[in-house]
Write a protein that binds this ligand. Structure first.
Ligand SMILES: Cc1cc2nc3c(=O)[nH]c(=O)nc-3n(C[C@H](O)[C@H](O)[C@H](O)COP(=O)(O)OP(=O)(O)OC[C@H]3O[C@@H](n4cnc5c(N)ncnc54)[C@H](O)[C@@H]3O)c2cc1C
Length: 389
């Protein structure tokens, strides 16, 4: 790789993806500049995530990247001495209806093929894994003990510290407004404060990614939609895994909902609305808490005593097929797209960073060709795909 420019790599966005990517690139010895329009790292959609981290997805791409992320998250404190709120304990999907059972069991062969520790367990085992779960109609569920949770507040600080230690530079409160080009090669960026040259640019702009399409002359099909979440006061630890209930809500407003108990003992939760709120409006709706509370209490009745501290709203940067785009940009040399993380950017971020570092340093991804194809710009991105979250 030529080193004649000021930076080897510019990363646009210090979020769930850009920040761990910058960290990995700097660890590989590259001269890295991170630019974010916000005043601190992780302040975009990153901080709205509730912290679920799993490799138990349904396609080889997200499975492979998820496995890489779990390796990084789960060993971070041991390796760097910085608590990122990692809590092992897995993911559990309790099941009350036949349709959900058949959806989940149909995924198991693929998940097992890629070495994931996940299985269907009976109702008694689910009652052991989720103390106090409503037993009426419980058919069993899936349990994947290797998954876990992390703090979306602590993780970005940890990645930035390590990136800075390895020599990365951050320009915060600075917005990328255009790109520098030589023919079909991207050679840097223009911001509202200056111009920076680099050999590579990584676009990790989350919900704002589509705005870069017209600047680059390519289609970046990322459309944000809003999701609400909340957190309780801490209670005694009783719940190890993150729980996902895939049933549609009886109130007709929600599809799945999910929650966990973080390392500090707080219950952290959110749901997927049935009618999506497309756009970036971050105002909570008054109906969120009553609807979510009813679902949580129906699943675990003792939650009726929970004290809720705070609710918020954030966005999933969605692609049409629910799968991220992580690829060399079509027709443009020197640019990598790492966009459209949907509801999974926090859990995918460190694995994406490792993959992109390999794409730059070794000229190929670190995951298999089959896995990488899932993230390709060339796939039929407009095909519909059933996603879990
Ligand atoms: C309620 C809720 C719960 C969620 N729970 C989970 C979960 O449990 N697990 C999980 O993995 N995911 C979860 N997510 C999804 C997750 O938050 C997102 O997928 C993820 O944060 C997206 O990461 P990103 O790096 O693409 O975007 P971001 O984290 O938003 O980072 C993009 C950054 O780019 C910057 N930027 C944009 N444009 C420019 C520009 N022109 N110049 C400079 N900077 C720019 C922004 O300021 C921002 O900091 C949840 C989301 C919501 C809303």
């Amino acid at each position: 790789m030529s080193l004649r420019r000021a930076f080897d790599v510019i990363v646009i966005g210090a979020g769930s993806v850009g920040n761990p990517t910058a960290c990995r690139l700097a660890q590989a010895g590259l001269k890295v500049l991170v630019i974010d329009r916000r005043t601190a790292v992780g302040q975009g959609e990153n901080k709205t995530a509730i912290g679920g981290v799993r490799a138990t997805h349904s396609d080889p791409g997200k499975i492979s990247i998820g496995q890489e992320s779990i390796r990084i998250f789960s060993t971070w404190e041991e390796e760097y001495g910085f608590n990122i709120g990692w809590k092992p304990g897995g993911y559990c999907f309790p099941v009350y209806d036949e349709k959900v059972e058949s959806t989940l069991t149909s995924l198991l062969p693929t998940q097992k093929k890629y070495g994931l520790l996940i299985d269907w367990v009976g109702p008694n085992e689910i009652r052991r894994i989720i103390p106090g779960v409503n037993p009426v109609g419980l058919r069993g569920g899936t349990y994947s003990p290797d998954d876990g949770q992390v703090s979306s507040i602590l993780a970005p600080v940890a990645f930035q510290r390590e990136a800075l230690r390895c020599g990365a530079e951050y320009r915060l409160n600075e917005r990328v407004t255009d790109y520098l080009r030589e023919g079909d090669r991207i050679t840097g960026v223009v911001t509202d404060k200056g111009r920076y040259e680099s050999c590579w640019v990584v676009l990790a702009a989350g919900s704002d990614a589509a705005e870069h399409g017209p600047l680059l002359g390519i289609d970046i099909p990322v459309t944000p939609d809003s999701h609400e979440a909340g957190i309780s006061a801490p209670i005694e630890q009783f719940l190890a895994p993150l729980i996902v209930d895939l049933r549609p809500g009886p109130e007709g407003k929600t599809t799945n909902f999910y929650f966990g108990q973080n390392k500090e003992g707080q219950i952290i939760f959110c749901y997927t609305p049935k009618d999506l709120f497309v756009g970036t409006n971050h105002e909570n709706l008054s109906e969120f808490l009553p609807v979510l509370a009813a679902r949580m209490i129906a699943l675990i009745p003792k939650f009726k005593n929970l004290l809720i501290r705070r609710i918020w709203r954030g966005c999933y940067p969605m692609t049409p097929d629910g799968v991220p785009i992580i690829d060399y940009a079509p027709g443009l040399e020197g640019l990598i797209l790492a966009v459209g993380m949907c509801g999974q950017g926090l859990m995918l971020g460190p694995g994406v960073g490792k993959n992109i570092t390999s794409m730059i340093v070794n000229s190929h991804p670190c995951i298999s060709g089959e896995a990488q194809a899932c993230f390709s710009c060339d796939r039929d991105i407009y095909q519909s795909k059933e996603t879990l979250k």
